[in-house]
Ligand binder design. Structure first.
Ligand SMILES: Cc1cc2nc3c(=O)[nH]c(=O)nc-3n(C[C@H](O)[C@H](O)[C@H](O)COP(=O)(O)OP(=O)(O)OC[C@H]3O[C@@H](n4cnc5c(N)ncnc54)[C@H](O)[C@@H]3O)c2cc1C
Length: 436
């Protein structure tokens, strides 16, 4: 359990301490949601001395929320986490580098190999338990004196004014207001802030469920990840820090959810083995399964007067390709960079042109990932023969056309040169370890 320093609401709201840039605001930035993305923004801003309120409805004194999942964090995301000082903690608690990704389509013998050597990168990405990432970020939050944590506190509503945003907070039956220059919605896929701001979001479900489990196998994974496409849905196999264990995300039609979840461990291993392939040998054990419904959604805009959306509050995608949190971390880094520059220039952090720059910076990257992930899922999750030919052609092109593969790899690794958000993000004061 994390011994978080959580100020009581009344004392935390005794904010007339003259610490702010402007007495118009109690804090410069209020972030709603202390998930991976909200915490990343809070630390990046806190490290630069910006006064932040981080508001979370869950009770953070209860420690990290149980989460069986491990996420694929791209190299670009690892660099963001390194700059905010969370990566060394994560490395010490366990991250599994991915050296090669193998992509295959059903029974086809065609295999696309993405190798770190191709881009001379230390790794294509890292598989990290969500609990480790979250724990490291919370530790960093606690180390930032300019970040005040409000938990368990609910945001009840807000109203935008020309020179500030007024946020209504509720805590154990009492209500308080907080004045901030900018309110950031990092409150996840079902964002209330997005709804209250009247921002519409377009999206759909896939009629699929993602079943997550950690499997023990006969042969070592050798830091290889597999993305196997099958007509019923994709299967991702991700190496963990244990050489004989991989985390699987198995997508199946929603109609099969109850049957697959009810299987015994032995039956589950038998059911997944034909899709798993022989590379890792026999399947020996499976951890208890959890199950998630994939959704695709994209907010029509990320901004409103004195409000910005980041992470799942702005967009959600199918877990295929492991891009959701990566996009969110890039949102957080981009917004932090702009806010830090604004502070240095003595500018209003909630200025409309700043928010417009944030949206212009992030929307094209997110739209591209959402489009690509959706296309891959639609193209590969069916047995219509013209699409079968098309996707085999796509895989063949990826393997043979010289420029296509590095371009795809750079996008997936979050290191495209067009991503401007890293360079200006200030470094944490700790010496940076090498990414391995
Ligand atoms: C099966 C599966 C596998 C995935 N694998 C990957 C992967 O490999 N790589 C990857 O990059 N992504 C992956 N993702 C996506 C990734 O998990 C999400 O994109 C990411 O967790 C979103 O983080 P977030 O901080 O934006 O939102 P959340 O994690 O949802 O956090 C939102 C926070 O806001 C709080 N909150 C909500 N409302 C309020 C309120 N009114 N007041 C105060 N607090 C509030 C919530 O309690 C919560 O703590 C996967 C997703 C799934 C389902």
């Amino acid at each position: 359990m994390l011994p978080l320093h959580i100020p009581a609401l009344s004392s935390a709201l005794d904010l007339d301490q003259g610490k702010c840039q402007s007495d118009r605001w109690d804090v410069e930035v209020a972030i709603v949601g202390a998930g991976m993305v909200g915490c990343t923004l809070a630390v990046a801003l806190g490290q630069a001395g910006i006064r932040v309120a981080l508001i979370e409805s869950r009770d953070l004194s209860q420690g990290v929320r149980p989460d069986e999942r491990a996420s694929a964090l791209a190299l670009g995301t690892a660099r963001i986490l390194q700059r905010i000082g969370a990566w060394p903690l994560m490395q010490s608690w366990g991250v599994a580098p991915v050296h090669r990704i193998q992509i295959s389509d059903g029974e086809s013998l065609l295999r696309v190999q993405l190798c770190r050597e191709r881009l001379q990168a230390p790794a294509l990405g890292y598989i990290v338990e969500n609990q480790i990432t979250q724990k490291a970020l919370w530790q960093r939050v606690r180390e930032c004196p300019s970040v005040q944590v409000f938990s368990p506190v609910q945001v009840q509503g807000f109203s935008a004014h020309p020179d500030h945003m007024q946020v209504e907070l509720a805590w154990q039956g009492s209500r308080q207001t907080l004045r901030t220059a900018l309110l950031v919605g990092a409150d996840g896929a079902r964002s209330r802030l997005r709804e209250w701001a009247g921002i519409r979001s377009s999206g759909w479900g896939y009629g699929q469920v993602c079943i997550v489990s950690t499997l023990t196998h006969e042969y070592p994974h050798a830091q290889v990840a597999y993305e196997r496409f099958h007509a019923r849905g994709p299967l991702a196999i991700l190496p963990t820090t244990h050489p004989y264990r991989s985390c699987v995300v198995w997508t199946v039609p929603q109609t099969e959810q109850d049957r697959v979840m009810a299987l015994s461990e032995v039956e589950f291993l038998g059911a997944i083995y034909p899709f798993f392939g022989a590379q890792l040998g026999a399947l020996l054990a499976a951890s208890p399964r959890t199950c998630y419904e994939p959704q695709r959604s994209h907010a029509h805009t990320y901004i409103a007067p004195r409000l910005a959306l980041i992470g799942d509050a702005a967009h959600t995608t199918h877990p295929l390709g492991g891009q959701g949190a990566n996009m969110g971390m890039r949102d957080a880094a981009a917004l932090a960079t702009l806010l830090i520059e604004a502070k240095a220039a003595g500018r209003d952090p909630g200025a409309l042109d700043l928010l417009q720059t944030y949206e212009r910076c992030r929307r094209p990257d997110n739209a591209l990932v959402l489009f690509g992930t959706n296309l891959a899922n639609r193209l590969f999750s069916n047995q219509v023969w013209p699409l079968l030919i098309l996707r085999r052609l796509a895989l063949w092109s990826l393997e043979t056309l010289p420029l296509l593969k590095p371009a795809l790899m750079r996008q997936a690794m979050g290191i495209r040169s067009q991503h401007p958000q890293l360079q200006a993000l200030p470094l944490c004061k700790e010496p940076l370890p090498t990414l391995v």
